[in-house]
Design a binder for this molecule. Sequence first.
Ligand code: 26M
Length: 817
Amino acid sequence: MSEITAPKSPVTAEQFADEIREQLKYAQGVTVEQATPADVYVAAAVAVRHHLMDSWMQTQHDMVNGTTKAVGYLSAEFLMGKQLRNALLNAGLTEQYNAAIESLGFNLQDVVDTEYEPGLGNGGLGRLAACFIDSLASLGVPAFGYGIQYKYGIFKQEFDKDGKQVETPDYWLANEEPWGHIDYNRSQKVSFGGKVVKEGGKKVWKPAWSVRAVPVDYMVPGYASGRVNTLRLWSAKAEDEFDLLTFNRSEYLSAVKPQVKAENISKILYPEDSTKEGKQLRLEQQYFFVSASLHDAIRVFYPGESKPDLTTLPDKIVFQLNDTHPVIGIPELMRILIDEYGYDWDTAWSITNKTFNYTCHTLLPEALEVWPADLIGELLPRHLEIIEKINEQFEAELKAKGVGAVTIKDMAIYTGDSVRMAYLATYGGSHVNGVAELHSQLLKDVTLKNFSDVYPDKFTNVTNGVTPRRFIKLANPRLSDLITEGLGTDKWLSDLELLKGLEPLAADDEFVRKFAAVKQANKVDFANYAKREYGFDLDPDTMFNTMVKRLHEYKRQALKILALIARYADIKSGKLSADDVMPRTVIFGAKAAPGYYLAKMTIQLINNVARVVNNDPDVKGKLNVYFPWNYNVRLAQHLIPATDLDEQISQAGKEASGTGNMKFALNGAMTVGTLDGANVEIRERVGAENFFLFGMTVDEVDKLYADGYGPRKYYEADPRLKAAIDMVADGTFSNGNKDTYAPLVSDWLSKDWFMTLADFHAYTAIQSEIEALYAQPLEWNRKALINVANSGYFSSDRSISDYLERIWHTGPLPALA
Ligand code: 26M
């Protein structure tokens, strides 16, 4: 590999500027004088890629030729956020870039701002995948992220004049995208449909149509590790050889149909989160990226071998299934091993079983994917046969273990008319993990109880984490500097437990004041940002109280908005004298799935509460509500560092983990939250006295259900709750129209599936505690600082270390020379 040179000696700002000039001239055809900030952004991105190239090649070389098992993270979503600043940070080029851009006569921020954020994910699951590949590279572990390069990412959210959500397409590839490298020569063919025939005693799949999966490679530079991994996102293109494949082609036009169909596969990210959608295109997407990825891994690890010994595959790579979306990979690997490479069933099963592991990200039963057998049979007939056979083997195994017939039926992977992907994943892989302690426990006790009874050793927990590079260093440079000052080192960026060293400084009033000043400056910055981007007038001298996450009933944005309405009513009626009110700015961010009726109505309600409250002179300066549209990674990076109080108020037992909660705690916000998901572990670490806990526990929720839950009782019993709901019903937030929110009100009063009303009292009661503390800025900031000091555990580096130890059984590549 002589073309790989040792990583270059650090580039100077002058050299970096020259590289940008070269690129502008010879690739983009513009002079520095003609160049726009967008041109300079592209040139800078290309220059950064060039600087990463040797490390990238070296990492691939070491991965393929060494003995360290690699990780393949299979995920339908990677919510990456903007790349330039992150790549510069991890490659150690930030200073040079800053100086170079300025020497070329451009403003740093103008250039960075032209980057368009790739929104290739819905929310937590997709962002977690992005944090994980950052940590894998930073720890020096050889890894591939495998996913889909959707042409359209998560929709852009706008609000119409009535405050309703309007979705518009996110064509993020409209302009030049300098990060992804399209590698046509490493394409894979992925086939669909047709039938299975017997030829010489062997099952042979004769597909009806195929597409070409073209890899688009993104470099994933590790922070200070010298390693650069690959995120390989597949893009669907038409196959040329369709005439060989369509065996009942009668006329040209119908033969061309599959070509149109082909490119549809990677056209759009499904905007659903946590609802199963039995859509054929979705299954096509899943099979498309998984089949291409598995074939790609074999190509990479057995280069040029026509008869590779695939019994060694589990020593080369371990695949993590990010939720059920890539689980079709299990029958696909079986098919590849048996049909393409001639292995017998048992050998194929042993390889497959060792190669896959499954992460579950939910507890909502409706979010576990179940595919109609008809659909699988039509699209992937050979896979359906294999699934049936896996199920037969599974049932025999259960029987041999003495499991009863009724339980065996309950556990069926294949029921005769559907396939349960979570069960297939649990049986087909070596390990199953939940994403926080409580969640993993509930998986064992409830959702996958039968499986955990039979296969207790498969089950484990890996609590989620977030990357401190993006979510502290890039998002919050002021806090980063203060942490470095406090610790006397910046090593915390790759060993976040070092934050613990800040704890003694919480007793140092001088340091706490500096910490408070950082928050205040961040709030001023955010107010300016909100003015510029949204036209809002935020007052940085009020408490910034934030709730950002997908809009979902279980997350209970309704609880927040009802409490807010009650407070508005209290101020207005004089029940709360204006002087006693701690001024608050409440900030929401949330997208609702386009087909989720009640979620969209909640968005409309929040917007209209904001309109009414912000225009009411009676509460001026006391309460303001803002709902910046199109919450995304960029907005998160601005908002999180500026937040005083974060809301994590899901019904206990419903939020698998949450990762926003970690980002806020790490940025010095206090949390008001339930005992749900990772809140439990955050509270354990930061200390009960530094966390605003309220609401029912999982056991209390279960008991209330069992006893028969009726929300109306709570409405009748609590006059403030009643007043708030009545205001929604009577048209206060809909210009007098009583119909506007009727379905929402009726749901609250008759169903209230997530017990918002039952937790209302506890939620409003804790507000006085919150305000009493906020009235003592030094004490508030002391506690917030203790939160930062004790949240180092929530680094995704720690999550990845746990995966390495408990599930993947691999580690970093040998140190670089
Ligand atoms: C399913 C079928 C069809 C279309 C889309 C989906 C789908 C897409 C995304 C279903 C679920 C999806 O994401 C779920 C998710 O984001 N879960 C969150 O995962 C985070 C990371 O583990 C956790 O922190 C959150 O608690 C959990 O809600």
